[in-house]
Write a protein that binds this ligand. Structure first.
Ligand SMILES: Cc1ncc(C[n+]2csc(CCOP(=O)(O)OP(=O)(O)O)c2C)c(N)n1
Length: 806
């Protein structure tokens, strides 16, 4: 060996040792943070702690192949992974544990999320996207187990779409690097018992997209062991059918021990090559993991683990085994390792202290400001409890104070001096108002996109018509509008059951797959939650997906993903991530219990954070798609199931007209009563107005158009000021969306002051709609029902003019 070769070898060995010791330092820092964090919760400084202890070594191995531009869809155990990829510091972990709401201290969510639920920032404060290829990307975690899987499908699929469409990839450098990005999922062993896991694994296998799924197997899901979680007690054993072979594509599946550093590094290196270069999905089942301090701070694992198991967990702790290996391999001595541990302990203690002080400093300033105000008030009026309250506050401040402590006392004082005329009272009110407004920003903002990219900012563009415009089936308008949309917007794509080859069950995509290819107009398997997940993942990677749920009645299969992931994403990341997915479906009346649902109340109340468009016809629906495509917000569009064959005038500005969000339309004027409706009942209501006119009643008809947002300009109350009467009609259950609509009109718009008759609702029956024409007639509001309800209101107001019907 030449001298140069010898030097090179030494550098390589030195580098190797340096890497090992740096990994050793990191996993110890992570472990120490877990241990000290746990103590902080038990002593009351944090509310809840869940940590990554026992999982560190495997995560450090994973981090070595996690590159800039890659994506993570993981869960709360990934503390070491997040630290290793530079997305989490020990100080940030403690800030999160304490609940510091400042993004500067806890950048993933401003502590809206529970601690160790991670996420990186994809979107800037002004709503523009960051360059995701220059950072390591972690989609925002959720406490709902397995909820990372639906979105994983789309995150991985985006790489394939970009690799296959080089022109698109070239134009989206912030979102792809030639399709070489990997989507990494992490999951606990027990969570693999969830349906979402299997649905996503199957979808990824079918699509052959670059996902690497790591299963952290510590034998338990809280207290329930693998024998009750998994057939054969072993997830990779039963995943074997997914293993690729010479006959068919599938996954590369590996099993590796959580304490075996070289084997872990090797497994991740192999999987990285397969996924990044060949887009072969991989599963790494990491077994023999431990959980040294139990599941979370909510309980102790001594309650359900045997003495033998607890002893085994100590012996096979990944840090202990890593140490053994380091010493055996002569990389470092026990003394060297001990000195690293000593340093790390001191470092974590300092970071923790600094996080606490940073968290408490502004609170203490506010507390002092309040104490001054309160003392001034105490000098002027006698409040018996005040002395005790202030003493308690001062006492607790020595340990740590929460905003609610002094705000609550401030509001109680205000209640006690409501009748006093004091200068200090206005000081107190100003203090309360200021804190409320600042805390609104901290705790309640950004449920929707509040930047200039919001869909609410898109102005209306009306459809225009040739003088001799043809009347066509509604579905033609949807189809021709999609055609223009796909022509103009290369990122736009649609997928769902039967959407591709046959162009959709109602032919709204007829012929479009032939024109735009099997990727942009795609059939999907029967798997609603991962169809939506595909939409989430793709939308987070710069594409504009329309995820189709074939019938509204089957939304429930995707509802968890819609409610927990899509709807909360902007809120739970404090605006750091937004999924501008468009969910297309069709609903309201047709025939049959599961082909005519209109569960609008369920959707509105479960998915605040998603816009809900309920167009009365296909031109309006097409206009919504056009609006949503040029903005950055999640939305659902519900087309009227019975509207595809109803004739509408064919617009001549396809792809351009835009239906605005939050704007009602008055479709018929009248002075006697305001009829507020949307979707399929709009036609029923409109037909009923003819009968009403014959009875001398002039009704004003308002189409709400979007339930969320709701009538942003408060135009409905203007109608009620004129008619003084209100009936809300829909085909949800009684007290469903109609109760929401009432709250908006009566309370928010203050229509109460302008009513001369009791405001009423007319909805469907509480049961699901029965089958067939008669099932529909006796389950849902009919023209006659609308007539009779309105007539009864008018009869009550003027029994002479409108004598009793029955
Ligand atoms: C859908 C759902 N069900 C139940 C829970 C409560 N829960 C939180 S963690 C947990 C155990 C998860 O075990 P495992 O998947 O093995 O992951 P680990 O925590 O052991 O890493 C349970 C049941 C939850 N968060 N979500």
């Amino acid at each position: 060996m030449t001298a140069k070769q010898q030097t090179m070898e030494k550098i390589t060995i030195d580098n190797f040792k340096k890497t090992i010791l740096s990994d050793y330092r990191l996993i110890n820092e992570c472990r120490e943070a877990s241990l000290q964090g746990r103590r902080d919760v038990l002593s009351g400084k944090g509310s809840f702690g869940i940590f990554g202890d026992g999982k560190e070594l495997a995560q450090v191995a994973l981090s070595k192949v996690f590159k800039d531009g890659d994506f993570r869809a993981g869960y709360y155990r990934d503390q070491a992974l997040m630290m290793a990829i530079g997305q989490l510091t020990t100080k940030q972990m403690f800030s999160h544990l304490y609940g510091n709401p400042e993004l500067s201290a806890e950048p993933s969510s401003g502590s809206r999320q529970m601690m160790n639920h991670f996420g990186s920032r994809f979107v800037n404060d002004d709503g523009s996207w960051r360059n995701l290829m220059e950072q390591k990307n972690s989609t925002s975690d959720m406490a709902c187990l397995a909820s990372q899987f639906p979105r994983l499908v789309g995150l991985a699929q985006a790489s394939k779409i970009y690799r296959e469409n080089k022109v698109l990839a070239k134009n989206k450098p912030s979102f792809t690097n030639g399709g070489s990005e990997i989507a990494f999922a992490t999951v606990g062993n027990s969570t693999c018992a969830e349906g979402h896991f299997w649905e996503a694994v199957n979808a990824i296998g079918v699509l052959q997209v670059p996902a690497i799924i790591s299963i952290w197997d510590d034998g338990y899901g809280i207290s329930v062991a693998n024998d009750l979680q998994m057939t054969k007690s072993d997830v990779s054993e039963i995943l074997k059918g997914f293993q690729r072979d010479e006959k068919a594509d599938g996954f590369e599946i590996m099993k590796v021990k959580a304490w075996d550093y070289p084997a872990l590094v090797d497994a991740y290196e192999k999987c990285e090559k397969l996924a990044r270069n060949e887009h072969i999905p991989c599963i790494i089942h990491v077994v023999e993991m431990t959980q040294p301090t139990g599941h979370s701070t909510s309980g102790s694992h001594e309650r359900y683990k045997s003495k033998e198991r607890l002893q085994w967990e100590q012996d096979y702790d990944c840090i202990a085994k890593f140490e053994e290996w380091i010493i055996e391999s002569k990389i470092a001595t026990r003394e060297e390792l001990d000195s690293i541990v000593t340093e790390v302990k001191a470092f974590v203690k300092e970071e923790k202290k600094s996080a606490w002080e940073q968290y408490q400093a502004p609170l203490k300033t506010e507390l002092n400001e309040f104490l001054n105000i309160a003392n001034n008030i105490a000098g002027k009026v006698q409040i018996t409890e005040l002395e005790g309250w202030l003493a308690d506050l001062k006492q607790s401040a020595m340990f740590g104070v929460f905003r609610r402590d002094y705000l609550s006392v401030a509001r109680q004082i205000l209640a006690k001096i409501a009748n006093e005329n004091l200068n200090e009272k206005s000081e107190l009110i100003n203090f309360i108002n200021r804190l409320n407004s600042e805390n609104y920003a901290r705790y309640s903002s950004k449920l929707y996109n509040e930047t200039s990219t919001s869909a609410r900012k898109i102005k209306e563009v009306r459809p225009t018509f040739d003088a001799d415009a043809r009347e066509v089936d509604g579905r033609i308008i949807i189809r021709d509008n999609f055609d223009k949309m796909f022509e103009n917007i290369p990122e736009a794509m649609i997928f769902g059951q039967d959407v591709g080859k046959i162009g959709g069950v109602n032919q709204g995509c007829e012929g479009l797959q032939e024109k735009y290819g099997e990727v942009r107009v795609a059939d999907a398997g029967i798997r609603e939650t991962t169809i939506l997940g595909q939409g989430i993942g793709l939308s987070l990677r710069g594409l504009r997906p329309i995820a189709e749920i074939q019938y509204l009645d089957y939304l429930l299969y995707a509802f968890q993903t819609m409610a927990d992931d899509v709807a909360t994403l902007s809120y739970r990341t404090h605006g750091g991530q937004i999924s501008p997915v468009i969910i297309r479906t069709r609903g309201h009346r047709l025939e049959g219990i599961w082909h005519s649902g209109s569960p609008m109340g369920m959707i509105i109340h479960g998915t605040r954070g998603v816009n809900l468009c309920v167009p009365r016809n296909m031109t309006k629906a097409a206009g919504f798609y056009n609006t949503l495509m040029v903005s950055q917000e999640p939305a659902m569009v519900i087309e009227c199931l019975n509207g595809y064959r109803i004739k509408e005038k064919l617009p001549n500005n396809m792809g351009e007209f835009r239906t605005p969000l939050g704007m009602i339309e008055t479709t018929k004027e009248g002075g006697d009563i305001t009829l507020v409706t949307y979707g399929s009942t709009w036609r029923i209501v409109t037909a009923a107005t003819k009968l009403l006119e014959e009875a001398g009643i002039l009704a004003e008809v308002i189409d709400i158009q979007t339930l969320v947002p709701f009538d942003l300009n408060h135009d409905i109350v203007e109608s009620i000021k004129k008619t003084n009467r209100l009936l809300v009609i829909d085909e949800d259950v009684p007290g469903g969306a109609s109760a929401y609509i009432m709250q908006k009109i009566i309370e928010e718009q203050k229509a109460f002051y302008h009513l001369d008759s009791e405001p009423q609702t007319l909805s469907a029956k509480a049961h699901r709609p029965a089958y067939g024409k008669d099932g529909d007639y006796f389950s849902k509001p009919s023209i006659e029902d609308v007539f009779e309800k309105v007539y009864a209101i008018m009869h009550e107001a003027n029994p002479v003019k409108y004598p009793q019907l029955y």
